[in-house]
Write a protein that binds this ligand. Sequence first.
Ligand code: KMH
Ligand code: ZN
Length: 275
Amino acid sequence: MDKLIITAAICGAEVTKEQNPAVPYTVYEIVREAKSAVDAGAAIVHLHVREDDGTPTQSKARFKECIDAIYKVCPDVILIPSTGGAVGMTAEERLQPTELFPEMATLDCGTCNFGDEVFENTMPMMREFGKRMLENNIKPEYECFEMGHLDTILTMARKGEVPGHPMHFNFVLGVPGCTSATIPNLCWLVNAIPAGSTWCATGIGRHNYTLVAPAISMGGHVRVGFEDSLYLGRGVLAQSNGELVAKVVRLAKELGRAVATPAEARQILGLAPRQ
Ligand code: KMH
Ligand code: ZN
């Protein structure tokens, strides 16, 4: 079994300092949270960025500022900028971080409910995102919020509309209005991916740790972070993303699975070594 790749989704677009004062908005805070996660054992940081007042933004300049600042203190980390942004943003707005040629970026695999809102990812939008990633040589992290998202993206990959083999999936389960974070749902998805693919499990909200031990035991990878949950356990706010990552590291140790460094994660994901 490959070593475990831990992703920290340190910021997200929806959570606020009112909910947890440690949620990062400024460049300084984003770097602080990235470093806490990497120091604790994360090989990947999934990145959203904000204006200083907390407003989510997909600004290329803001992403560049944050990415450059993170690499100064975490030179090896794999950064996966979001192309999901926040609900309501246009495709063009969301695609801005791909102009920075990151080694990976998220590609959301279909429209879905997102709480009381609708997260729009129409077929033409996804074709546009796939084309951009093919042109800019970016490996997508395929984010599936619903069972049907997997069929959609596999069909697109077969048609050459998005990058294909080896594909990396992130099953983001438990978003209100979408597929719930259960072990049978995770198993169904994992059983349907092509041989040679890699996958990660993300449980949202109170389900944040539901899928962690199953994913560790099944040979998958794991994402935690403020984007997904602000809590370390029932009623206990996490002080940092590092605390959330450290809990995964403890579980992996108990279950006998070694944790991947960023360099090892690049090998597992088929990425070029970082110069
Ligand atoms: N903020 C969500 C609406 C992604 O990063 O690609 C979408 C999201 C997915 O977070
Ligand atoms: Zn995200």
